[in-house]
Design a protein around this ligand. Structure first.
Ligand code: SF4
Length: 439
């Protein structure tokens, strides 16, 4: 016999915008199989969407929360008053969760925590891990939306707003579902992964009997417990990143860090308004490599940013030679409409951008080729992406993210299948790729 569907009650106060928020929340919950209830004593949980426009509206909202607490006791508060959670929790310490206006995902997540949705494999169109466009063995795990930085070449904050992090237990639950569904590699993405949780003031949540802060380090530790490959993208070199490097050395997460440096010269970084830019980055890289000798550092750079002189550019080439990054991509500056950098007086002509781009790639190609040569003869772990018809396979090492980095071409791999993680001995290398045989 199937269990009855969980029921949600909703008290919606305030303006039409709040009403639309309530509709969106209910639509999402309904699509997940929740039923709506108009009775306090019939609902498994009650959502109160508050209004904080005037003191009288606040009082009305607090009264509504009070009634819902008295009549039902399992209450989630959202809406404008969620901006100052203390105003609510000081009066009603037992509310289950408080989220702000437009934080649909958090409200829905709080409902999931209070009464988990039911998954029925016979009628549900969507599996618990969601629909994925990636191959079955790897998946992207988005931990936040938006960005608090204001890099002058970028319009993402104006398109997507400030940082909104997903609470850590929601991220881990999704990661766990993906692992259960057969995913072998998670690619953690956001606009600024090391800033994860700042907007939630690193709020703690429970998962598997432990408290976890919504914070980069805790996220790395928790994902490291899943026993699959975890790859960190878009990390900025804030000081706390140092604490995550030992987890990489212990293979809790992959020894791979994707840091979009974008430039090396302090003056250009200042013009770009880059976060965490500092002159000691080269020293940090040396210390990371001492902590984790197999660390692969991937980065991307912009050449021809407005204001970049030949001297700035040469400085970046010298820096590249000094720090010997493993994987590097470069882009010629593009004046995206609305980017503040377009107003900088010195714009770099297209032909100069092209010439710098070619010089940049030539330097990095030499570095990459030399680094890969040093790997010949070593045994490494690889993940199988695709089995070929000739008995070979396309694979990737711990140091290669899909789509953006190199590949490991395996021979004699016909007995393997997509998603297998195996040891391979490297036989040869070219500028960006490795050639190997299963060990
Ligand atoms: S480039 Fe800068 S502003 Fe744009 S998303 Fe990245 S960190 Fe945020």
């Amino acid at each position: 016999m199937t269990k009855p569907a969980p029921k949600v009650g909703m008290i919606s106060l305030g303006c039409p915008k709040a009403l639309v928020d309530s509709e969106r929340i209910l639509t999402k919950l309904r699509s997940e199989g929740y039923e709506m209830s108009g009775q306090y004593n019939d609902a498994d949980v009650v959502i109160v969407n508050t209004c904080g426009f005037l003191d009288s509206a606040k009082e009305e909202s607090l009264n509504a929360i009070g009634t819902a607490m008295k009549e039902n006791g399992r209450v989630i508060v959202t809406g404008c008053m969620g901006k100052n959670p203390e105003e609510i929790t000081s009066r009603f310490p037992n509310v289950l969760a408080v989220t702000g206006a437009h934080q649909y995902e958090q409200v829905v997540g709080a409902v999931h925590d209070a009464v988990p949705p039911q998954h029925d494999p016979f009628t549900d169109l969507v599996p618990p891990e969601g629909l994925k466009l990636t191959p079955r063995h790897y998946a992207y795990l988005k931990i936040s939306e938006g960005c608090n930085n204001r890099c002058t070449f970028c319009i993402i904050p104006s398109l997507r707003g400030d940082l909104v992090s997903r609470p850590i237990h929601h991220v881990i639950a999704e990661a766990e579902n993906l692992a259960k569904a057969g995913v072998k590699e998670l690619l953690v993405i956001s606009q600024d992964t090391s800033a994860y949780g700042i907007d939630l003031k690193y709020q703690e949540f429970g998962w598997k009997g432990k408290r976890w802060a919504t914070k980069f380090q805790d996220l790395a530790e928790a994902l490291g417990e899943l026993g699959i490959w975890v790859r960190m993208h878009y990390v900025y070199p804030y000081p706390h990143v140092d604490k995550v490097i030992p987890l990489m050395n212990d293979r809790k997460i992959l020894p791979y860090i994707d840091i979009p440096f974008q430039h090396a010269h302090p003056e250009v970084l200042k013009m770009m308004k880059r976060p965490a830019h500092q002159e000691k980055t080269a020293a940090r890289i040396v210390s990371w490599r001492a902590m984790c000798p197999d660390l692969t550092i991937r980065s991307s750079f912009i050449v021809g940013h407005p204001g970049e002189t030949e001297e700035h550019f040469q400085f970046m080439l010298d820096w590249l030679e000094e720090v010997q990054l493993d994987r590097v991509g470069a882009f010629k500056y593009e004046p995206v409409k609305g980017a503040v950098a377009n107003e900088i007086e010195l714009q770099v002509p297209e032909e100069v951008k092209q010439e710098r781009f070619e010089r940049f790639m030539a330097v990095q190609q030499k570095i990459s080729a030399a680094k890969l040569q040093q790997k010949i003869g070593k045994t490494i772990s690889v993940i199988i992406d695709e089995i070929g018809e000739d008995g070979g396979a396309d694979a990737r090492s711990e140091g290669d993210a899909p789509e953006i980095d190199g590949k490991v071409y395996l021979r004699n791999a016909g007995h393997l299948k997509q998603g297998d993680i195996v040891k391979a001995v490297i036989e040869d290398a070219d500028d960006y790729d490795l050639y190997a045989v299963p060990a």
